[in-house]
Every structure is written in C-alpha cells, then in structure tokens.
Design a protein around this ligand. Sequence first.
Ligand code: GLN
Length: 198
Amino acid sequence: MASKGKALVGVLSLQGDFREHIEKLESLGAQTLDVRRASDLAGIDALILPGGESTAVAIIESSHAAHGIFDEIRSMGESGLPIWGTCMGSILLAKNIEGSKQGRIGLMDITVRRNAFGPQRFSAETPLQIPALGALPFPGVFIRAPILTAVGEGVEVLGRVEQGTVMAREKNLLATVFHPEVVDDARVHEYFLSMIQF
Ligand code: GLN
C-alpha cells in the first residue's frame, strides 16, 4: 500500500502500450509498478490493463511466469480494487466477448465486439462527449478498437458514439475502448485516480 495521498498504481506489463500509461501516471504524481506476475499485485491501490493484443496476452498469461495472474486480478477486482481497462484491457475485463472463447479476466458486465471499426484506425482523433470529464470533448484515439455492444444493469455508460459505448463504469471497474494514454489530455487518468479510496 502506498503512503497516504500517493497511490501505487500497477500496470499490467505483459505486452502492449503499458509504458505510455506509466509515463502519464507519473506525470500526475502517482507511484507505478510494472505488473508481470501474480506476486507483483500485492500492495497496489489500483490496476490498469493497457492496450495491446488480447489473444497474445491470454497466451502469455498461461505461461509459467505470469500463470494465475488473471485469477488473482479477478479476485482483487471482486474485493473492490479499482481496475481500468483501455482498448485490449476492456476486452480482458469483459464477461462477454462476441464470438470468442479466448482467455479473459471477465469481471465486468459488458459485451465487447473486437476490432469493431475495422483493421485500422477509426480516425486519427474523434472528439468524444464525456460529461463526467467536463464540457470539453476528449480526444478519442481508436486503434483496432473494440466497442461495447451491450452493458448490464449496474453499468453506467459514460460515453457513446454511433456504433456503441466507448466508456463505461461498473463500481470499481472502468472501461474505455479508446487510448487516453497516447493523447495530451490526462482527464481519464485523473478520473481513474479519483476512484482510489485511501
Ligand atoms: N484489437 C485488439 C484486440 O482485439 C485490441 C487493440 C488495442 O488494444 N489497441 O485485442
């Protein structure tokens, strides 16, 4: 556990753009930890699951060093640990992945459709209206992004585009299908840090 006022935020660092999250968190004064095996999870105040390739991470997770990390994250999430999944991370968090049996953490009552915008970027930057972040639109970067096609009753939709939900929260769980770690706007990271209770 970090000292009061300075959160220790773990970032799952098996594959993907974990480095960008770590830089953003450090610029906001948070302490960070690269999480590569289940034992790294002890003592963190929150966890980010970055963008990357969900099938690759599911395969790495079943390998020796990272083995059991999904089970441990699931049980910590059930106990209230704030967890935020960006893009691939939202796929790992989802209970339902359309047409797929791939490995997942499966904590959040959402249904995702992978690669919902086609194989490439949906657009360089799409301004997103997210009232929870204030009136100024948030620059949405979509990279082979999924979309949330359905959310359960206990899930609050925080942002939508024509194709579906792009940001949602269920108690201690947050999902964004876009990449706040690659833009010059820290409001989603700040929102997530505010979910940590000391
Ligand atoms: N398309 C990737 C997947 O299905 C997610 C892409 C991303 O995280 N940028 O896992």
